[in-house]
Design a protein around this ligand. Structure first.
Ligand SMILES: NC(=O)c1ccc[n+]([C@@H]2O[C@H](COP(=O)([O-])OP(=O)(O)OC[C@H]3O[C@@H](n4cnc5c(N)ncnc54)[C@H](OP(=O)(O)O)[C@@H]3O)[C@@H](O)[C@H]2O)c1
Length: 362
């Protein structure tokens, strides 16, 4: 199964909106073939592994996700697996979609094939946090990237934040952009920094043969303050602007620059409703959201328990107490109100540290 997970990781940057899946076929301790799912519409991992293995009668199939039992863009994989007459199918995790979960396994068992479920399940779920959350909760997995000084500051009082961290940390962020379905930011950050928020890596950097996928860039702009003349609108890739403004002229000026303007309910503060926006993004197939914004939106996502992870790039510098904080959370009056995180990974990138932390977990 570890090898099947390794196969699945080859689709890390390309499988979206489908899950990353790998499959290995083994008989008498010999690996007959392996496969992975490269892109939506392309053959699934089991089909690729079968093509590589040839005759697989009596073999063991190791698959990181329950074989699909429905007709999507490709025929059900479970039919191809059954036709190959394996002895056993070992599955890391069931399909997370509650409407179809277990059906593929049932078909295999009904065909007399031994089925084992749950081998390296945590690792398999970890490979597809966005796909799993979208299927289970109809929401994307939201990760907040934040560059902070040692004293927890995200920008100077005058709004300047370029650059808190060094080049290796900023290059690392490019890989986070490459893996996500959507990069989320705000009109506020676009007006302050005029960023492109685009992917600037090559096929070679990502070890990809196919044309690179550019994640959609999503901007919160409740009142349509963006004009369409900002740098982001002249760079390659899709842009969605979420707003609660119905102003046709303002919408047209962004649409003319190629952006898709999506009007959505306002919350009780008159701003884009963040849960409604994320639900809409999930409906549009967004699995993983990589957020690059300031303290305002970062804090709002955390307060509403809509964020799953913080990727904190901590620079060994002090910006002082006049500079802006990292997360606007309102005043806390007791320690019980604090937001706890769990550190999952720490590494050094040049002179900076990167901490990966999970939220909403004890
Ligand atoms: N250190 C870093 O990693 C980093 C990264 C990016 C930016 N920055 C810096 O951060 C500064 C900008 O930070 P900021 O806090 O002013 O802006 P921000 O967090 O990027 O964006 C604030 C905007 O988010 C939206 N928002 C906030 N709370 C909301 C809620 N509850 N519901 C819906 N929408 C909500 C609002 O958009 P609407 O007004 O449209 O409703 C608000 O104007 C800039 O100076 C930039 O340089 C730092």
């Amino acid at each position: 199964m570890a090898e099947a997970l390794r196969q699945a990781r080859k689709g890390f940057y390309s499988a979206h909106p489908n899950p990353r899946v790998g499959c290995v076929i083994v008989r008498d301790d010999v690996m007959l073939g392996a496969g992975w799912h490269e892109f939506t519409g392309g053959p699934h991992a089991e089909v690729n592994a079968l093509a590589a293995a040839g005759d697989s009668a009596g073999a063991d199939f190791y698959v990181t996700l329950e074989p699909c039992s429905h007709h999507g863009r490709t025929p059900p994989c479970v039919d191809a697996v059954i036709a190959a007459r394996p002895a056993r199918v070992i599955v890391a995790m069931q399909d997370p979609n509650p409407e179809i979960s277990g059906r593929g396994l049932e078909r295999l068992r009904d065909s007399g094939i031994e089925v084992v479920v749950g081998v390296l399940e945590a690792e398999a779920r970890g490979l597809n946090p966005g796909f799993v959350k979208r299927m289970e909760q109809r929401l994307p997995f939201v990760s907040i990237k934040m560059a902070l000084s040692l004293d927890g500051r995200s920008a100077l009082a005058n709004g300047v934040s370029k650059w808190i961290t060094g080049e290796p940390a900023r290059r690392d962020v490019q890989f986070l952009r490459a893996r996500c379905s959507a990069i989320l930011s705000t009109a506020q950050t676009v007006l302050a920094d005029n960023p492109s928020l685009n992917l600037r890596l090559s096929n070679q950097d990502l070890e990809q043969a196919r044309k690179l996928r550019h994640p959609v860039r999503v901007l919160v702009d409740s009142k349509l303050r963006l004009s369409g003349n900002e740098k982001i609108f002249s760079t390659q890739g899709e842009i969605w602007v979420y707003t609660c403004s119905a102003d046709a002229a303002l919408k047209a000026s962004l649409s003319e620059r190629g952006a898709q303007v999506i009007e959505i309910d306002a919350d009780d503060t008159g701003r884009v409703s963040l849960p409604a926006m994320l639900q809409d993004m999930a409906r549009r197939g967004i699995n993983e959201v990589h957020t690059e914004c300031g303290a305002g939106l970062a804090g709002a996502l955390i307060e509403r328990q809509l964020a799953d992870q913080i990727l904190l790039y901590q620079a060994p510098c002090l910006l002082g107490d006049q500079a802006r904080g990292g997360f606007e959370l309102g005043e806390l009056t007791s320690m019980e109100q604090r937001t706890n995180c769990r550190i999952c990974d720490i590494r050094q990138l040049g002179k900076d540290l990167r901490l990966t932390m999970n939220l909403n977990q004890d």
